[in-house]
Design a protein. Sequence first.
Length: 86
Amino acid sequence: MTPNIAIVHVHNPHRRGLKLWIPLFLLWIPAILLSPLMLIVLFGLCIAGEVDPFRAIRVFWDILCSLPGTDVRVIADGNKILVRIL
């Protein structure tokens, strides 16, 4: 399953927190439109780097599909940032 929504929560102890819901499914529209160009570039890079292009596509797809469930928390100087991908 591909990621659909990312939630970014920024918490600052001195100010009100910020919570953003980012719809990742809207990024598929430009990705589909640019996919022929991205595939040509990917095949060119794979040929130059002597990598199997179909394996490279498979690895990118596996990474994309494993993103849902990602939970990243960063705390520095009292500020907290949480990024969740659903």
